[in-house]
Design a protein around this ligand. Structure first.
Ligand SMILES: C[S@@+](CC[C@H](N)C(=O)[O-])C[C@H]1O[C@@H](n2cnc3c(N)ncnc32)[C@H](O)[C@@H]1O
Length: 286
């Protein structure tokens, strides 16, 4: 069962998936605020969840904890701490998608809660089997939990790349974590924003300024955003973590492993061997 938001916020949470736009959206860089980003991304993930799970479900596995397209697995990385210490821990997964990571956490004896903005993504969690995971439909900028509810929090490319106000998310996570709790999150490596999002050689030449924070927006013919990603530099992300009340313990930049021959959007072995694709921030609640 998916724990849904209050009726006043549930307009887009109906099981019906919104219709696709009549024409292809236009890709641009322009300002996009918090509510516009949330609305656009909720719609995008609801419309695209089915295709996303078909395309990436096998790589993600139904109950693996994969941090990134490089394939770094929590079993080897132990970024949340030693595996044996996960037992009996309350863990919040943010932007959980189909809750694959949460299912892995449950298998280690943890009590995971998988939160996502998209109803359709959470329906995939139900399809795969979420008996051991509580599912919550909510925006990461307003977590519907009491202070100090969790021992750990994690997010594998969930929410942080998509929100206009990452510090709000970090402060919310800080609030719901218990003292000493760890928050580990992965995002697109900031340096990638300077390169075209292409897996081939055309994705190897700098095309725009790394320092340009203007969001990437796809918009319909009326100029309404239908997908938004927000860029932060490495320094911005570090400052966000500190402003959120955390101590940065590690910044992991997974290298592309020889076994991984797959492409995932603009991620590929060619690019992965030359430039970083993912940044994983390991933070502790101070
Ligand atoms: C790339 S997927 C990551 C999910 C999962 N870790 C995976 O690899 O499939 C991003 C997820 O973040 C969710 N998301 C985006 N913005 C969000 C927000 N503001 N609050 C909560 N979830 C959000 C999307 O609905 C989507 O399921």
């Amino acid at each position: 069962m998916i724990q849904e938001p209050e009726p006043s916020r549930s307009e887009a949470s109906s099981p019906e998936v919104p219709e696709l736009e009549a024409s292809e959206p236009e890709a641009t860089r322009r300002a996009a605020g918090g509510s516009e980003s949330s609305r656009a991304n909720r719609g995008w993930w609801d419309r695209n969840a089915d295709d996303y799970q078909v395309e990436h479900g096998t790589f993600l596995g139904d109950d693996r904890f994969v941090w990134c397209p490089e394939g770094l697995d929590e079993i080897e990385a132990e970024l949340l701490g030693p595996m044996e210490d996960l037992k009996d821990k309350d863990v919040l997964e943010i932007g959980a998608g189909a809750a694959q990571c949460s299912r892995w956490l449950a298998a280690q004896g943890a009590r995971p809660v998988a939160l996502d903005l998209s109803h359709r993504q959470l329906q995939h969690a139900l399809r795969i089997g979420a008996d051991s995971v509580r599912l919550v439909e909510a925006d990461a900028t307003a977590l519907p939990f009491a202070d100090g509810s969790f021992d750990l929090a994690c997010s594998a490319y969930g929410a942080l790349p998509f929100v206009a106000e990452p510090v709000t998310v970090l402060r919310e996570v800080h609030r719901v974590l218990r003292p000493g709790g760890r928050f580990v999150f992965s995002v697109t490596h900031p340096v990638r924003w300077a390169f075209p999002d292409e897996p081939g050689p055309e994705g190897l030449s700098v095309a725009s300024s790394y320092f340009d924070r203007t969001p990437y927006v796809e918009q319909d013919e009326d100029g309404n955003a239908v997908y938004v990603e927000h860029h932060r530099t490495v320094g911005d992300r570090v400052r966000d973590v500190v402003a959120g009340g955390f101590r940065l313990v590690d910044l992991v930049e997974p290298e592309w492993p020889a076994w991984n021959t797959q492409e995932w959007g603009g991620w590929s072995p060619l690019r992965g061997n030359l430039i970083p694709g993912t940044a994983i921030f390991v933070c502790e609640r101070s």
